[in-house]
Design a protein around this ligand. Structure first.
Ligand code: BGC
Length: 353
């Protein structure tokens, strides 16, 4: 079978390789891969700046945003042949930390976790994969290929869960959200914000095309000026920073109204210094009763919430998030980013047509 093979730390050695078909253990699902979403993490791995191969070898099968169809299911499992599934990314530390023991491996305390397609475990970017039922999440059949959005949605489902915990019985109550960045994470965060009845504002530098249109279709307000201007208009109780752009990160925690929660979801490119007066920043937090927290990854509960959120969304709206589909043979093209793009997907079914 074919799979996307990368050598973390050694850019230029990535290839579409012939791999042995996985041998399924009796307690595992055998899954035929239908689609694979790509994101900034995959691009970082390709550039040799992130990622870890499994112990004892120097290569890794890429891919963590998966959609597949169950081909074989273990007896007694809650899965049937034909079910659409998305694979959970992270696995607990084999020597589990206090959070991993509780199934909250997304909050791993000692970095001993592993992640499929990212850290020490082969990913979902191969024609066939095996998956333990407890790490498979059913995707509503009506979603079809849109189920590939489950993993990025799980990341924002987790973020909203943590925001809810912080805002539980807090004053001001949660009513208005500002989201910086109208990429897939920003737009999916906006979707979940609208689904929970909030007034949602989205800020992005792009002024035309699918991003403002998708915001409008969602009933969210779209801004393309500064964070300060967007805050003036939105008066947010929470900011979800989804770009990782240092200037926006600083603004998201600095120019927001007092008692705002800032949830940081974007990963920044390293090595670009930004001058900041940390004392003033500290005073903004302290004197503003602000909460700033980072959030990454998702556990089973968040994947389940993501599957529900996607099933409740307008399929036409979700379909517009996927701005490019390429075949497995053209996988390399998927990993180059174009400015106008939202989500690019490697569609394994295109090769079969
Ligand atoms: C994935 C997360 C993962 C993170 C860091 C992200 O792209 O969505 O599941 O934890 O990268 O490895």
């Amino acid at each position: 079978m074919l799979g996307i093979v990368v050598s973390p730390g050694a850019p230029g050695r990535e290839r579409l390789g012939q791999l042995e078909e996985p041998s399924r253990r009796e307690d595992q699902l055998l899954v035929k891969t239908l689609a694979l979403g790509v994101c900034g993490t995959d691009r970082e791995i390709l550039q040799g700046r992130y990622g870890w191969p499994p112990p004892g070898r120097d290569w890794l099968v890429l891919g963590h945003e998966s959609l597949g169809r169950v081909a074989v299911a273990p007896e007694g499992a809650d899965f049937a042949v034909g079910d659409l599934v998305a694979g959970i990314v992270r696995r607990a530390d084999p020597d589990p930390c206090v959070c991993c023991i509780r199934g909250e491996f997304d909050m791993c305390r000692n970095n001993g976790y592993r992640e499929r397609g990212i850290k020490e475990l082969d990913g979902y970017g191969a024609e066939w994969v095996t998956l333990e039922p407890e790490f498979a999440v059913k995707v509503d059949p009506s979603l079809g290929s849109l189920g590939v959005l489950t993993e990025p949605t799980s990341v924002v489902a987790k973020a909203w869960e943590r925001i809810d915990r912080i805002k539980h019985r807090a004053c001001p109550p949660l009513a208005r959200a500002l989201i910086t960045g109208a990429g897939p994470i920003g737009l999916l965060a906006a979707l979940l914000g609208v689904q929970r009845g909030l007034e949602v504002h989205i800020l992005d530098r792009v002024r035309e095309g699918p991003k403002p249109e998708l915001a409008q279709l969602l009933g969210a307000s779209y801004h393309s000026g500064t964070v300060a201007d967007a805050c003036q208009a939105a008066d947010p109780d929470v900011v979800l920073e989804c770009t990782g752009v240092p200037e926006l990160v600083v603004d998201a925690v600095r120019v927001t109204p007092p008692a705002t929660v800032a949830c940081l979801l974007g990963v920044s490119s390293r090595g670009r210094a930004l001058n900041a007066d940390v004392g003033t920043l500290n005073n903004d937090f302290v004197l503003g009763n602000d909460v700033v927290f980072g959030s990454v990854n998702a556990n089973r509960r968040h994947f389940a919430a993501a599957a529900d959120a996607l099933a409740a969304a307008e399929p036409e709206w979700l379909a517009r998030l996927i701005t490019r589909r390429v075949s497995l043979a053209e996988w390399r093209q998927a990993l180059g980013k174009r400015d106008s793009e939202i989500k690019t997907v490697i569609d394994f079914t295109l090769d079969e047509q």
